[in-house]
Design a protein around this ligand. Structure first.
Ligand code: MD3
Ligand code: FE
Length: 214
């Protein structure tokens, strides 16, 4: 698969497919604020390792903010409004999160994206996400936006069948991805985290994934 630059060299917009984009460094002006808000979210609803319906403990630790949070246990994957660990609502989505996600979506043509869910994934060295589709949301018309913080990850951009070949894409601190339309249900994953600790975030990668789930 070829990727190519669009006409905005200053914003470093890469188009992977007609509905999938990498916005290199799009979050750079907001990074300190994003990182501190992420830690505030995790101080209210802590990172935890969830169990998949198949009985495996996820290597990625996660938490959520916003009206709805993604969760998994032996009963399946779903969105819930109450954090099962704290018994309280998920922390509110910080304004800087919602603004960044909707501005990134608008930049590539998805107007008025208003996420109600932000999944916060934390990767320690060795943690990975196997190839999957994001299928737990009510509406596939809305795009998904993701923000990478910390250590560099190799993202796997697959096709519409699990067995389709995947392109490896490096994602750096401050990179944003947006995908929707014909690419909304592509398989994707993240290779086991490895490499040098990050100067600001240390020995981890954190990813914010914004969705309209409800
Ligand atoms: C490209 N998280 O939590 S979303 C997830 O880095 C998840 O933690 C990724 O996948 C992470 O479900 C970031 C990246 C993503 C998601 C869906 C896509 C990229 C996609 C669908 C089509 C194409
Ligand atoms: Fe996903």
């Amino acid at each position: 698969m070829e990727s190519y630059d669009l006409f905005e060299p200053d914003t470093q917009l890469h188009c992977l497919s007609s509905g999938a984009f990498v916005l290199r460094g799009f979050a750079l002006p907001h990074l300190d604020h994003l990182v501190s808000e992420t830690y505030d979210v995790a101080s209210i609803s802590p990172f935890r390792h969830m169990i998949t319906p198949g009985g495996f403990t996820m290597s990625v630790a996660l938490t959520n903010c916003g009206m709805l949070g993604w969760t998994t246990d032996r009963r399946g994957y779903r969105y819930v409004s109450v954090d099962p660990v704290t018994g309280s609502s998920w922390p509110a989505m910080p304004a800087v999160f919602a603004k960044l996600a909707s501005e990134a979506a608008a930049k590539v043509g998805f107007k008025e994206f208003q996420p109600d869910a932000c999944l916060v994934n934390r990767y320690s060295p060795g943690a990975r996400l196997t190839m999957h589709q994001d299928k737990n949301e009510r509406c596939y018309e809305e795009p998904i936006v993701s923000v990478s913080l910390g250590m560099t990850a190799k993202f796997l951009f697959g096709g519409h069948e699990r067995s389709d070949p995947a392109t490896k894409i490096p994602l750096f601190h401050g990179d944003v991805m947006v995908w929707g339309g014909v690419d909304r249900l592509r398989y994707h994953g993240v290779m086991p985290l490895r490499g040098a600790p990050h100067s600001v975030m240390g020995n981890q990668r954190i990813n914010l994934t914004f969705r309209k789930a409800g």
